[in-house]
Write a protein that binds this ligand. Structure first.
Ligand code: KIV
Length: 295
């Protein structure tokens, strides 16, 4: 970090804070909702300035930032730590904290208490949790505590072991019917929105038509009311694999690696630091110092 910043850039946004009401109005008007994941302050700041509607501090954190094999090891403490960083960067977007594995499955009381921590200690506006009808009681309780809930159906990564891998869902008539039922149950339980992950496009479109709350798609086609991507996929920062449904807008992993190689080369060849990177000392002061140390 340099002592003298080269430039300062404060957010000049005059956008109004996005709320769950904005979500509802956007669906009513047929306007598309945008969402991206973020896990840190600078990314959240850039997204907010770009005009994103909502930021999800996803438990994808575990894979794309913390290097876990899947999302299962992520803890409440890890989530809250990153939620706070995001909330310091984004002032306009609706902020949604993702409840990690085993923070809402054991009991309704624990689910409600942990959901509350995202608002009290994480700076979030809402929470997201995975699952269908089996989560209805927890959702009802969290909503009754005044906490907006986003549901998540289809490919639910916390159930990767039950699903037999990261695979598309709702591809048979029976599975699709169950997904439609689950979406209606989540709407009835009080969710303000539902993420639909890796489900056939026409099924996602049918669900979006059947429920009055917005659906946010990831690998679910254009028929949803909004779209979300994991930012590290979109930026090409996560190098392990890229799901089929991701559009890569940059290749930051390669960019980073090149910048680091260039730095190493510059340092080793003494091209860095150069004249413009150093601190000067007045000749008079220097002479005085030499007199002192050589005396
Ligand atoms: O954790 C996450 O990033 C998510 C998105 C894939 C929706 O749940």
């Amino acid at each position: 970090m340099s002592a003298t910043p080269v430039s300062t850039s404060a957010s000049t946004s005059t956008r109004k804070k996005v709320t769950t009401l904005t979500y509802r109005h956007k669906k009513e008007r047929g306007e598309i909702i945008t969402m991206l994941t973020a896990y840190d302050y600078p990314t959240a700041l850039a997204m907010d300035k770009a005009g994103i509607d909502s930021i999800l501090v996803g438990d994808s954190l575990g894979m794309v930032v913390l290097g876990y094999e899947n999302t299962l090891p992520v803890t409440m403490e890890e989530m809250l730590h990153h939620c706070r960083a995001v909330s310091r960067g984004a002032k306009t977007a609706l902020l949604i904290g993702d409840m990690p594995f085993m923070s809402y499955q054991v009991s309704v009381e624990e689910a409600t208490r942990n959901a509350g921590r995202f608002l009290q200690h994480g700076g979030m506006d809402a929470i997201k949790l995975e699952g269908g009808r089996e989560r209805a009681d927890a959702i009802r309780s969290i909503v009754s505590a005044g906490i907006p809930v986003m549901g998540h159906l289809g490919l639910t990564p916390q159930s990767v072991n039950q699903l037999g891998g990261f695979r598309a869902q709702g591809k048979t008539a029976v599975a699709a019917k169950r997904l439609i039922e689950d979406a209606l149950i989540l709407e009835g339980a009080g969710c303000f929105s539902i993420v639909l992950e890796a489900v056939p496009e026409r099924l996602a479109e049918l669900i979006a038509k059947k429920i009055s709350i917005p659906t946010i798609g990831i690998g679910a086609g254009v028929g949803c009311d909004g779209q979300v991507l994991v930012t590290h996929d979109l930026l090409g920062l996560f190098e392990r694999f890229t799901p089929k449904f991701v559009k890569k807008y940059a290749n930051f992993h390669d960019e980073m690696q090149k910048a680091f190689s260039d730095f190493i080369e510059d340092v080793e060849s003494k091209r860095f630091p150069a004249q413009e990177h150093i601190v000067e000392m007045d000749d008079k002061e220097w002479e005085a110092l030499l007199k002192e140390v050589n005396a």
